[in-house]
Ligand binder design. Structure first.
Ligand SMILES: Nc1ncnc2c1ncn2[C@@H]1O[C@H](COP(=O)(O)OP(=O)(O)O)[C@@H](O)[C@H]1O
Ligand SMILES: CC(C)(COP(=O)(O)O)[C@@H](O)C(=O)NCCC(=O)O
Ligand SMILES: [K+]
Length: 244
């Protein structure tokens, strides 16, 4: 059994895998890391490996105490990945984006793939049919957009995510929801149209905390899978043990 842990900038997601099957998924806050991992390992005593991707402020040291119990794999840029990295600054590419690209490459061979992760930030990652990772985009995520509007203005309230009534927001609340939710939908559909105009034979994967909310609002048909990063972590680990 493998325990995968995804440390994002908002929350921690974890899953226990038996082969390629998810036995259980967990979502928790950063200050609960130690307590939750201990609880998971108590329940799943056959976990032999723990695989971590962190873009948050939690480093390898946080897991050292567990080394007696199981093998710790804290993924870094030095690990083997199943694609050729064409990013101009490969060392600064987020490890979460590398894992997503690895999952897309392994799960959907010989085609163009675009992975969209709607988390704290929205990240776009493009891997072409020759398994070249070309890059993508980073923009603020939905919750970040709500917080930013409130934090950097005098008059805008802090709202939580809600579907707008119309693209014509007829109140302050509706105008904010329209700007953020419709703005995101137009952004993502616009990106997809641009990629489609330039590449054929395409798969698009949408993941992250806002994936479900967004998937049904897009014009383009896409494959939404909230567990894609956790599944990709498991696959990256299997790839690493077979290729190291
Ligand atoms: N309980 C929650 N706490 C925080 N964000 C949540 C929660 N439920 C849904 N979300 C949404 O999930 C997004 C963050 O996604 P997530 O994938 O957890 O981020 P990250 O991987 O960057 O930590 C936010 O934009 C927010 O709208
Ligand atoms: C862009 C990110 C902040 C996204 O983080 P997340 O939304 O998953 O919490 C992360 O992938 C990161 O820190 N990237 C480094 C810069 C880059 O990928 O080029
Ligand atoms: K993201």
């Amino acid at each position: 059994m493998v325990l995968t842990v995804d440390i994002g900038n908002t929350r921690i997601k974890a899953a226990v895998f038996e082969g390629s099957t998810v036995l259980e998924k967990f979502v928790f806050e950063k200050n609960e890391l130690e307590k939750k991992i201990k609880k998971i390992l108590k329940k799943f005593q056959n976990c032999s490996d723990l695989v971590v991707a962190s873009v948050g402020n939690i480093e390898r040291q946080s897991f050292l105490a567990l080394e007696k119990e199981l093998n710790i794999h804290f993924l870094t840029h030095e690990d083997v990945f199943p694609f050729v990295n064409k990013y101009a600054t490969p060392k600064t590419l987020g490890i979460d984006r590398m894992v997503l690209a690895a999952g897309a490459t392994l799960q959907f061979p010989k085609q163009n793939r675009l992975v969209i992760d709607a988390g704290t930030c929205i990240t776009y990652d493009f891997i072409d049919e020759f398994d070249h990772y070309l890059g993508g985009a980073i923009s603020p995520g939905l919750r970040l957009r709500y917080e930013t509007l409130h934090n950097y203005t005098a008059k805008l309230p802090l709202l939580s995510l809600e579907a707008p009534d119309s693209y014509i927001g007829n109140s302050t609340f509706q105008a904010i929801h329209s700007g953020i939710v419709n703005g995101f939908v137009y952004e993502i559909d616009g990106f997809i149209d641009e990629y489609r105009a330039n590449y054929s034979n395409f798969i698009i994967i949408l993941t992250g905390g806002d994936a479900e909310f967004l998937a049904k609002r897009l014009k383009n048909t896409i494959f939404a899978n909230s567990n894609f990063l956790l599944e990709s972590l498991n696959q990256t680990f299997q790839y690493k043990i077979n290729n190291d």
